[in-house]
Design a protein around this ligand. Structure first.
Ligand code: AVJ
Length: 310
């Protein structure tokens, strides 16, 4: 935090956005009319789940791992399709939040007969070593790692490749990866999705300051910062910033730090990369996966790719 707040330009890590209040605000974002991502991806999964599972299985039994499972809402479409194919399925959601995993387990085991949930509390983004530890698997089974929701979009391209290489290293040849990415599109649509009329995304962004006030004894006045979303065409990403409305000085007690802001100076809080045609496939190739299929919606706004570990 000290490093980010004293850097020029100032920045803070996007994972800070997801405390309890932030996770609740994000869930609200997914239901906003402007935030097309969740709805569009759900449409793709619901139209093609059976085909996705059949192709991923390629004649074997599947077991499903999900990275950053959260509430695992859309995954249920895939799990239902897997149960229809093979009768039962083992589901291994990975998340940093033990409470989110427990809630997901309870709900999924209650709602879908045939699914056994084995949650793994783990930070898949910062894990030590070059390989994601997924545990042993029956030799007649294939793993399918599900990484949907455009979560990969929060990573710089080189970090995204590194993360997927770690995933690949934890798999066997022939295992699968289902990757959901948001696609580049008209900027007015992108900007509205990250700056909604009801102000939920603004609250989500400012909640980061509320969190610093609580956890680092900081004295930010959240309303003294404007939520700002902008499209960086050159890097194909939406950026979120918190822009100081005026010149101000803020103390961060736990750091013994005083931070000065000039009027209009901003803290960069998040990037959300939007993939161009072929980029997701190139990323998969770089990480050791051959893309076997790409499913998209009628407007071509979102894509779900199936990669095969080679
Ligand atoms: C959770 C990373 C997919 O980038 O769209 C939503 C986070 N930020 N609105 C995204 C987010 C602002 C979201 N992801």
């Amino acid at each position: 935090m000290r490093e980010g707040l004293t850097a020029r330009p100032k920045r803070l890590p996007a994972w800070l956005l997801y405390d309890e209040a932030g996770s609740r605000l994000f869930d609200a974002i997914t239901e906003l009319p402007e935030y097309y991502l969740t709805r569009t991806e759900r449409g793709i999964l619901s139209a093609h789940a059976a085909e996705m599972m059949a192709q991923a299985a390629a004649g074997a039994r599947l077991r499903v791992v999900e990275l950053g499972a959260g509430s695992a809402d859309k995954t249920r479409l895939l799990l239902k399709a897997a149960v229809e194919r093979q009768g039962t399925v083992l589901y291994e959601p990975v998340d940093v939040s033990a409470s989110a995993l427990e809630a997901a387990r309870e709900r999924i085991e209650r709602e879908i007969d045939g699914v056994t949930v084995t949650p793994r509390v783990m930070d898949y983004t910062h894990g030590a070593g070059s390989r994601l530890h997924l545990g042993p698997v029956d030799c007649r089974e294939r793993r399918l790692v599900v990484y949907i929701g455009s979560s990969i979009g929060n990573f710089e391209p080189h970090q995204a490749a590194k993360l997927l290489r770690r995933v690949r290293a934890g798999l066997r040849t022939g295992d699968g990866l289902l990757l959901g990415v948001d696609l580049a599109k008209e900027d007015s649509i992108l900007l509205a999705a990250y700056d909604d009329a009801a102000g939920v995304t603004a609250a989500f962004n400012r909640n980061l300051l509320v969190r610093l006030n609580r956890e680092l004894d900081a004295e930010f006045e959240p309303e003294a910062f404007a939520h700002c979303a902008l499209w960086n065409a050159e890097r194909s990403r939406i950026e979120m910033h918190l822009r100081s409305r005026g010149a101000q000085r803020v103390h961060v007690g736990a750091l013994g730090l005083t931070v000065d802001f000039s009027a209009g100076e901003s803290i960069h809080t998040e990037n959300s990369y939007k993939y161009r045609p072929g980029q997701a496939e190139a990323l998969l190739a770089e990480a050791g996966f051959r893309t076997e299929a790409t499913w998209t919606d009628a407007r071509g706004w979102f894509a779900v790719c199936l990669g095969r570990a080679v």
